[in-house]
Every structure is written in structure tokens, then in C-alpha cells.
Design a protein around this ligand. Structure first.
Ligand code: SF4
Length: 318
């Protein structure tokens, strides 16, 4: 039976950590979360990864390495599908296999499969299979899962009240920022909340007197509704959320401009980048800037671009 489980502070951590934490603790596990990303994390991850992998997956590898000697097993779920009729990025489908292949000295990988497309019965079978690593009692596994779902609902409410996932996980209070400008930041949570890889984007904007809204702060049903205006349904769930948030801001103009943060070498992002830029141009309602990040992103260049964007938005307001 597993005792200490390592959870990398990367990728879907920013989306589901409260659920995973309550679930694993309900199963009786102790959890070790890797620390926030640093240069060392990125160096460790890039040294193990294929060059063409996206930055967030390389960062994820760095977090696995950090946990190497601290835990009995690593928690790397295979998140295939989180809703009917749609999938996640192919990298999430193969993440446990990638994790097993990068370094033979890593602890064993526990990979529960979350695949809504297989239907309720198979979903719960997979859950019970995973739970057997901790207990043979079915009711205990199901109770732990329910605890996870309830923790996730609380988390979701915190995000919708204006907290970032990092603040919500740390049980922070909602702050009121008195900025004279508001910017919507769209993108995958691991790009917009990992402050090392995006060079502290949210903190910097707030220091410059800019209020920030993010994709996660918008209710799920609103994201779904806005994305339904696409002529063709997107079959990547997380990209649909990003599109939904940008469409939401373009339509209701509750922000003064939008920054879309994406990773170099991300297939899904490169597709929706074109879509979002052309939609912003077509509607002509708000300026949108795409910010591409990779492990070589230079601080000076990126900050200058964001500063120029903020200045431009301020001029538009006067
Ligand atoms: S969506 Fe893009 S950035 Fe995210 S894991 Fe997939 S390829 Fe990487």
C-alpha cells in the first residue's frame, strides 16, 4: 500500500489540486507537493525532455525530478476526457507513459484514468482500481472521491470570486485592486499562474495598477455558452474554455484589453491563437495581444511588450 504520494506543482495541478488533495487524503495518503518552479526545475525538465515538447510538459518533468527522493509514488493521472464529446490535449493522455520513460530512477507512477467518454460504469471501475493502491474497502474509495468533488466545488467558487488558483489553494482572502485599467488574461492555467515561466505577469500587472481577470474566474456555464458561438464545436475541452473567456470579454467589454498567454510548440494553442486573433480583429471591440512563452523567453523583451500594451490601453481610455 502506498503511503506518501508526490504531486507535481505543474500542468493540471492548477486546475484540480484541491480535488486530488481531498481524494488522496481521504484514501489515507500523505501528500508532498513539489515547490514552485525555479530555473533549476526548468533545467532539470529540459535536460530530460525531447526538444519539441511544449514548455509546460518540460516543467512538469522538472517537478517529478524534485520529488524523486521524497515519496513512495508519483501521482500522474491520465486525463483523457472531462466531458462528453470532447478530449483533453494528447499530452495529457500520454503523460503517465512519458513520466515513466524519462528517468528510470523515479518512483513508481500512479495513473488513475479519468475518461468521461467511457461512461459512468467504466469511470467508477477505473476509480476503484486506483483506490486499491490504498485500501480494499470500496466504500472508502467512493467516499474519498466524493470528498474530492466537494473540495473542487469549494475551489471553483473561490475562483469565481476573483482568486487565482494559487491564492485559492493558499486560502488567501479576495483582495480589492484599485487599478484604473483591467486586463483579461486568457490561457492554460499552468501558463498563467506559474509565475516563474510567465515572469510574474499577474503580480507585475497588479503592481502597475492593473486589475486582472482570468479564464478561471468566469463560471463554467458562461465559458461553454460563449464558446458555442464558434461555427464548429471545439473538441479540446481546455481550449474551449480559453476561447469562451476571450469571446466573453470581447462581447461584454468588462476588461480594457486581453493578453493571451500560450506556449511555444503547443499544437492546440497555435490553432486557437489564429482563431482568437482573427475574431478580436473582426469584432474590433478590444485589443488582444498574444504572448508566447518558452524556456528562452527573455525577461526584458517580454516585459517591454507587456508595458507597451498597458500604455496603449491607457492612451485609449483618455
Ligand atoms: S495544451 Fe499545449 S501546452 Fe498544454 S500540454 Fe498540450 S501541448 Fe502542452
Amino acid at each position: 500500500m502506498c503511503a506518501t504520494i508526490g504531486v507535481p506543482q505543474a500542468l493540471l495541478y492548477y486546475k484540480y489540486y484541491p480535488q486530488w488533495e481531498a481524494f488522496l487524503k481521504g484514501l489515507g495518503a500523505e501528500i508532498v507537493v513539489s515547490s514552485a518552479t525555479t530555473k533549476r526545475t526548468i533545467n532539470a525538465g529540459t535536460s530530460l525532455a525531447e526538444n519539441e515538447l511544449c514548455l509546460p510538459v518540460k516543467v512538469f518533468f522538472g517537478h517529478l525530478v524534485e520529488l524523486r527522493n521524497q515519496v513512495d509514488a508519483l501521482f500522474v493521472p491520465r486525463v483523457v476526457s472531462v466531458e462528453n464529446g470532447a478530449y483533453t490535449c494528447p499530452k495529457f493522455l500520454g503523460l503517465p507513459d512519458l513520466a515513466r520513460s524519462i528517468d528510470s530512477s523515479l518512483p513508481s507512477v500512479l495513473d488513475p484514468t479519468f475518461n468521461r467518454r467511457l461512461g459512468r460504469k467504466k469511470f467508477y471501475e477505473a476509480l476503484l482500481d486506483f483506490g486499491k493502491h490504498f485500501t480494499n474497502k470500496k466504500y472508502r474509495i467512493l467516499r474519498a472521491w466524493m470528498m474530492g468533488l466537494s473540495a473542487q466545488r469549494v475551489f471553483q467558487r473561490k475562483l469565481e470570486s476573483g482568486l487565482t488558483p494559487v491564492e485559492a489553494i493558499a486560502n488567501a482572502e479576495v483582495q480589492t485592486y484599485k487599478g484604473n485599467l483591467k486586463i483579461g488574461i486568457a490561457g492554460h492555467p499552468y501558463n498563467i499562474y506559474d509565475s516563474y515561466i510567465n515572469l510574474n505577469l499577474i503580480k507585475r500587472l497588479r503592481e502597475w495598477g492593473v486589475d486582472v481577470a482570468t479564464t478561471e474566474m468566469i463560471p463554467q456555464r458562461t465559458l461553454e455558452h460563449e464558446a458555442s458561438y464558434l461555427p464548429k464545436r471545439l473538441f479540446w475541452s481546455y481550449e474551449k474554455e480559453v476561447v469562451g473567456s476571450v469571446f466573453h470579454w470581447l462581447r461584454n467589454k468588462s476588461v480594457d484589453g486581453i493578453i493571451y498567454v500560450l506556449s511555444f510548440a503547443c499544437g492546440p494553442d497555435s490553432l486557437i491563437q489564429v482563431l482568437l486573433e482573427s475574431e478580436a480583429k473582426r469584432r474590433g471591440s478590444l485589443p488582444l495581444m498574444s504572448l508566447v512563452i518558452d524556456e528562452h523567453s527573455g525577461e526584458a523583451g517580454m516585459i517591454t511588450r507587456v508595458e507597451a500594451f498597458v500604455d496603449m490601453l491607457r492612451w485609449r481610455k483618455v
